[in-house]
Design a protein around this ligand. Structure first.
Ligand SMILES: *[C@@H]1O[C@H](CO)[C@@H](O)[C@H](O)[C@H]1NC(C)=O
Ligand SMILES: *[C@@H]1O[C@H](CO)[C@@H](O)[C@H](O)[C@H]1NC(C)=O
Length: 344
């Protein structure tokens, strides 16, 4: 199963690389960049991740395979430190979209649809894509593409850790670290996955309400209550008792999309420095909330959907998020969805 997935991913990557090469016809610049890469690799001082010493560290202690190294000074390899100091000022809503490095097209679709920063009039929204390091095999080629993509759009935030499902918590925490360091006055922060349909207008106007009162303890989404850890080994969400021994998880907001006030985001981050990180990112945020004594606020009824839902213009006009939407589908429904504001 995993092998097949790997193979598919590799084939996809190879195909994408080839396509881009054919389209852009930049053979020579590509070849010269390859040489640049291999020459810079030989000088250990230029290793931005200091991998050699960390490898040594990892050998020095035996860790559980699901154990996460946090807190840890993961670097930002692609960064936009000044994003929040631009002419538009600090955002009302900072969207941190979790994507994988190779998903170039998914990001492009999101930019042209729900990630468009000017979609909601009168409100400053920033959309940043958080990604980690690609799998080693195609990493050098992909890195060149990522840097090019970022030069064009200026919206990637690349963190120096391997981008895997099991490392998602680290990616989210690094997104919050970015906010704490470069954008601490963002009023709200949305963590969102890339396989969703999102309606930023409804989120901003009906749920967050730009003219409403400040809500320092606010976090909402689809709330899971009283769920139990999955103890069946091999399951995607398997939680070994050694890492989490209680029978129940605390209440938490489902991972595909949850939104919190900026001040709560900062407090979650600060408590996360002391609570042992779990690889299930949404559960872990729930755990931090428990330590903070904060309960998730229920969202308006029928606005966050964790299961698939068939598209209907006026229904989607009045909801925030639907999980399990592929980018092709979003691209397809988007023109129709845009006329909802005048027809529903
Ligand atoms: C975002 O929307 C504006 C109109 O509100 C449009 O002019 C712009 O081209 C869109 N951006 C992208 C990347 O599609
Ligand atoms: C998480 O990222 C770290 C740092 O890149 C890496 O060493 C580790 O193997 C990754 N863990 C998983 C489970 O992918």
């Amino acid at each position: 199963m995993r092998r097949q997935l790997m193979l598919k991913a590799l084939l996809g990557l190879a195909f994408m690389g080839l396509l881009l090469l054919l389209v852009d016809q930049q053979w020579s610049s590509w070849i010269s960049s390859m040489y640049l890469w291999s020459s810079s690799q030989k000088t250990p001082t230029e290793d931005p991740l200091d991998l050699s010493s960390r490898k040594f560290e990892a050998q020095a202690e035996i860790r559980h395979p699901l154990d996460l190294r946090y807190p840890y000074p993961y670097p930002f390899l692609i960064n936009h430190p000044d994003k929040c100091e631009g002419p538009r000022g600090a955002p009302f809503l900072l969207m941190l979209v979790m994507t994988q490095p190779q998903n170039v097209w998914v990001r492009q679709v999101i930019r042209e649809t729900w990630g468009n920063e000017t979609l909601v009039p009168g409100v400053v929204i920033f959309c940043l894509f958080v990604l980690g390091l690609p799998q080693p095999l195609f990493a050098q080629e992909l890195q060149v593409l990522l840097e090019r993509e970022d030069r064009k759009h200026g919206d990637l935030l690349q963190v120096g850790l391997l981008d895997t499902y099991r490392n998602l918590t680290l990616k989210v925490l690094m997104g919050l670290e970015w906010m704490a360091q470069y954008c601490p006055t963002a009023q709200y922060v949305l963590k969102v996955d890339s396989d969703v349909f999102l309606n930023p207008r409804y989120l901003v106007q009906k749920v967050l309400q730009p003219n409403g009162p400040l809500r320092p303890d606010f976090i909402t989404g689809h709330i899971y209550r009283n769920t139990a850890p999955m103890r069946r080994q091999g399951h995607k969400w398997y939680m070994p008792p050694e890492l989490y021994s209680h029978d129940k998880y605390p209440d938490y907001c489902a991972g595909p999309g949850y939104v919190m006030s900026g001040s709560l985001a900062l407090r979650i981050l600060s408590v996360a420095q002391r609570v042992k990180a779990l690889y299930l990112e949404d559960v872990f945020v729930g755990l931090c909330l428990k330590y903070l004594g904060v309960k998730p606020t229920p969202a308006p009824r029928n606005t966050f959907f964790t299961y698939q839902k068939k598209y209907d213009r006026c229904t989607f006009h009045r909801l925030v998020l639907v999980h399990h939407f592929q980018h092709q589908e979003i691209l397809q429904i988007w023109p129709d969805f845009l006329i909802a504001s005048t027809t529903c």
